[in-house]
Design a protein around this ligand. Sequence first.
Ligand code: C5P
Length: 226
Amino acid sequence: GPGLVVAVDGPGGSGKSTVAKAVARRLGLRYLDTGAMYRAVTQLVLEQRVDLEDPQAVAELAERAVITPGTDPDAPTIAVNQVRVDAEIRTRAVTNAVSAVSAVVAVRARLVAQQRQIIAEAAQTGRGIVVEGRDIGSVVAPDAPVKVFLTASTEVRALRRSRELGEKGVDDVARTLAELDRRDVLDSTRKVDPLAVPKDAVTLDSTGMSVDEVVDVVLRHCAAAG
Ligand code: C5P
């Protein structure tokens, strides 16, 4: 039969990536990080010194760019015009600019179409796929049989993000928290496909949960879906 499609949405630092990759590994599914695709376009925008405040210019650049995500949960990769940018897309500069780029309608239209193609392929070949992002259950794959919305308190999300970035000081956590907050507001209030809880999603607050506990809950929903 067709492969399982699992949608995992949520804000930054909610544990989406860790959980999505673990679920994909456990079930032998592919893994698609849609945030990495928006980050890759952003990396190109910054590199080419295109004005972030000029949606037309950002859209034109995005239309010419070829974004290639690798879908192995053990080694996800991302390339822009055949050049790998796995590390570059995780910089603070990209993180703080990505919301402006992901709010551009033409950028979303292009990436969403590509994401749907990757999902359809995985589903057809019976491989199945876990897809993480902000609008997967609501827009990209509204028919996904499993939809999870992951949350956590802002403090816990900032701590996790700060740790990922290798930061140590209290000031760093405070700054990361402020940046996360700003990105949450931008992502949740943009006009096109804002971050929102899909109506038929399972909401999981991971604040007091271990990764294994969250993964187990998601796996149980996958088993129930077929
Ligand atoms: O998940 P991650 O933090 O890598 O996402 C980076 C940014 O990409 C988000 O802050 C958001 O602006 C954008 N994004 C999006 N839609 C998605 C995935 C990410 O708008 N499906």
